[in-house]
Design a binder for this molecule. Structure first.
Ligand SMILES: *[C@@H]1O[C@H](CO)[C@@H](O)[C@H](O)[C@H]1NC(C)=O
Ligand SMILES: *[C@@H]1O[C@H](CO)[C@@H](O)[C@H](O)[C@H]1NC(C)=O
Ligand SMILES: *[C@@H]1O[C@H](CO)[C@@H](O)[C@H](O)[C@H]1NC(C)=O
Ligand SMILES: *[C@@H]1O[C@H](CO)[C@@H](O)[C@H](O)[C@H]1NC(C)=O
Ligand SMILES: *[C@@H]1O[C@H](CO)[C@@H](O)[C@H](O)[C@H]1NC(C)=O
Ligand SMILES: *[C@@H]1O[C@H](CO)[C@@H](O)[C@H](O)[C@H]1NC(C)=O
Ligand SMILES: *[C@@H]1O[C@H](CO)[C@@H](O)[C@H](O)[C@H]1NC(C)=O
Ligand SMILES: *[C@@H]1O[C@H](CO)[C@@H](O)[C@H](O)[C@H]1NC(C)=O
Ligand SMILES: *[C@@H]1O[C@H](CO)[C@@H](O)[C@H](O)[C@H]1NC(C)=O
Length: 587
């Protein structure tokens, strides 16, 4: 009877053990699948490249500036040219040899940032003669032979980014005195080619040289801190060049006018310089000028004593006017907003007179070949309203072509900050799969926690059961002892406890539990890293903090050249832009 009872307990215990084993097995079944997924992710792990900081040429160029230019290496063997930055253009243009006829100023070649001779490049692939289809609204479209060639940003040896098949126009006229590097990531369409030609930025993104289709740019100027060069970052921005705002602008639906903002007011002191109220205006570094409606220009004339020269169509400043303005040193505040009426989202860009104190040269004016001028232009219709390069002397522009939004923030002029870039990465939203990976991992963690809780519960039940059994035994032994004497206890001991309690307890506390916790730990560590790089949780996307690009809230400082590892989403990387196409037609 007694031995039978012992046998039954043993059977029960075996059943329980089996049950536990089954349960843990069932729970652990999910692990191979998790780690398989994890491995898959690992197999597709890609390196997120750091943003590229493009060094300025350290030259001041242009016949309507001066402007901080950027060096380009074109063709094979390399020909060096200096160009300005075009936020509107999706291609690059250079000045051809015919751009310096004999009747031009003597230092024409240097003044135009040097010429590019396609016929001296072994890698030049000619296409045909096309018009730019750029700045049509300003009457500044032009035409030239176009082709494809190797293009590297920066001076030789600077290790700048390189694209093998970049679209390059080569112009001879003076519509644009300098060549320009196109920042816009749209592709260029030619009527004689079926395929849209990818932009420089797109090609960098496609071969994983930059983290996203985005840039940060400000034009620089000569009047702050003993001259500050322009700043261009691809795939990120320089946090040290601007003051954080909490305003972000959506791209305008017409992709050729994506950087459109509402100009809500222009003031100088208490003077209203935008009398007829809010206009929508295009931010565009291709042209230097600020185009405003006629009544606004007249308000400027009145406030600053400007005179429009109808022969050259500029507000030229003679020395008296300039000295007066330098003495009174008025500043002009541009209030821009993504909103036509609401007063909450407003960015104010304050331009001191020095920002308007520019020089216009040959061939805009001749004899004399140079004059000071105020870079204001009378718009003939509302498509001409433009905040040109002069505006970007005091504003920092961040454009994110994948999220389809941009930021315009006032520049800051702290000498220490300006001299030391603080580059932030803009991570492509398609890198978001991490959060998906994170979700899976959270699920796995929950599973593991449940498993551990279950094991602990089972252990508890087991211990309780063993203790109860032991107590029952003791009682029985006491009874036995009372009946048969002390020897009966020994037989019970050798038969029961050592055999039962030890192996089972050992198995649970040892092997099984360790097996459970082991995968859990590395998993939790792995979770950390994708979260750190998740643009939704930290860094670039700071919607939760309410401040875009707020100090101390950015992505951990990333030195140029440093790289972080991250899982990349398979497939569609580049967000497709809305339809409306422009096609270059032969002329
Ligand atoms: C302006 O340019 C023309 C054409 O090169 C030249 O003949 C003339 O001397 C220049 N004038 C001045 C003031 O530089
Ligand atoms: C190359 O172009 C330059 C400038 O257009 C021209 O003077 C020269 O004749 C051309 N050379 C050849 C071999 O076509
Ligand atoms: C605006 O003016 C420019 C220059 O005069 C002209 O080329 C363009 O067609 C005009 N646009 C509209 C919509 O009237
Ligand atoms: C991208 O392409 C350029 C040449 O076009 C090459 O030098 C560079 O190594 C490529 N980068 C990657 C990450 O493939
Ligand atoms: C942005 O900041 C300004 C003050 O700096 C505040 O008045 C405004 O309400 C803020 N807007 C939003 C949308 O947080
Ligand atoms: C400068 O221009 C103003 C306004 O047109 C004019 O009144 C003044 O006489 C000019 N001064 C000189 C020195 O040309
Ligand atoms: C674009 O929008 C995201 C999310 O709203 C925001 O975090 C980011 O700062 C914006 N980017 C720019 C350049 O304004
Ligand atoms: C890696 O991603 C590519 C798509 O980018 C996908 O086709 C491939 O199956 C993935 N590899 C693994 C091992 O999942
Ligand atoms: C060229 O065509 C592509 C696709 O058809 C389009 O996405 C792109 O915006 C076009 N480029 C321009 C400059 O319109």
């Amino acid at each position: 009877m007694r031995s039978l009872a012992g046998f039954r307990s043993l059977a029960e215990l075996t059943t329980l053990t089996l049950f536990i084993a089954c349960l843990t097995n069932a729970l652990s079944l999910s692990w191979p699948s998790i780690s398989a997924r994890d491995l898959r992710k690992r197999a597709n792990t890609t390196t997120i490249p750091a943003p590229i900081v493009v060094s300025p040429s350290q030259y001041w160029d242009g016949n309507d500036g001066p402007w901080s230019s950027f060096a380009l290496q074109v063709g094979t063997p390399v020909q060096n040219v200096r160009t300005l930055i075009s936020t509107a253009s999706e291609f690059t243009w250079t000045i051809g040899a015919a751009g310096c006829p004999t009747n031009y100023v003597p230092d024409c070649v240097n003044s135009r940032g040097f010429v590019f001779n396609p016929n001296q490049s072994l890698t030049w692939v000619p296409n045909s003669i096309f018009s730019f289809e750029l700045e049509d609204n300003l009457g500044k479209d032009t035409t030239g032979p176009v082709g494809f060639d190797t293009l590297t940003l920066g001076w030789q040896g600077a290790g700048g980014p390189n694209v093998k098949h970049s679209t390059i126009f080569n112009i001879a006229d003076s519509q644009y005195w300098m060549g320009q590097f196109g920042l816009n990531p749209r592709s260029t369409n030619f009527t004689n080619l079926n395929d849209p030609q990818p932009s420089f930025l797109t090609q960098l993104k496609n071969n994983n040289s930059i983290p996203s289709l985005s840039y940060g740019y400000t034009a620089g100027n000569q009047y702050r801190l003993n001259k500050v060069f322009g700043s261009l970052t691809l795939g990120g921005y320089d946090q040290n060049r601007f003051a954080a705002t909490n305003v972000s602008f959506p791209f305008y639906e017409d992709i050729s006018r994506d950087l459109l903002v509402y100009l809500r007011g222009v003031t100088s002191g208490s003077t209203n310089l935008l009398p007829s109220g809010t206009i929508s205006i295009f931010i565009d570094s291709t042209v230097p000028w600020i185009y405003l409606p006629l009544d606004a220009c007249q308000a400027f004339e009145k406030a600053f004593g400007l005179t429009y020269d109808p022969n050259v169509n500029f507000y030229l400043l003679n020395s008296t006017q300039r000295t007066n303005l330098q003495n009174s040193n008025p500043s002009v505040t541009f209030s821009i907003s993504p909103n036509q009426t609401a007063t909450t989202e407003m960015v104010e860009i304050v331009m001191p007179f020095a920002a308007f104190d520019l020089q216009i040269d040959f061939p805009y004016i001749e004899n004399p070949n140079s004059s000071y001028y105020f870079p204001l232009q009378r718009a003939t219709n509302d498509t001409q309203y433009t905040l040109g390069r002069a505006f970007l002397q005091e504003a920092y522009l961040i454009a994110d072509y994948e999220r389809q939004n941009f930021t315009v923030a006032p520049c800051t002029w702290d000498a220490n900050a300006v001299n030391k870039a603080d580059i932030k990465t803009i991570i492509s939203p398609s890198t978001k799969l991490n959060s998906g990976g994170g979700n899976i991992s959270v699920g796995a963690i929950v599973g593991i926690v449940i498993a551990i809780v279950a094991i602990i519960a089972i252990l508890g039940v087991l211990l309780w059961w063993l203790r109860r059994r032991k107590q029952g035994e003791k009682r029985r032994l006491a009874e036995l002892e009372a009946k048969h004497g002390p020897d009966a206890k020994d037989s019970q001991d050798s038969e029961g406890k050592p055999m039962i309690s030890h192996p089972i307890g050992g198995e649970l506390a040892g092997a099984e539990v360790h097996e459970l916790t082991a995968p859990h730990k590395p998993f939790a560590q792995e979770l950390d890293s994708p979260h750190k790089l998740d643009p939704n949780l930290v860094g670039y996307s700071e919607a939760d903090g309410g401040e875009y690009f707020g100090p101390g809230k950015g992505f951990a400082h990333e030195a140029p050249g440093s790289q972080s590892h991250i899982y990349e989403m398979p497939g569609s990387e580049v967000q497709e832009m809305p339809a409306s196409e422009r096609v270059h037609e032969n002329k």
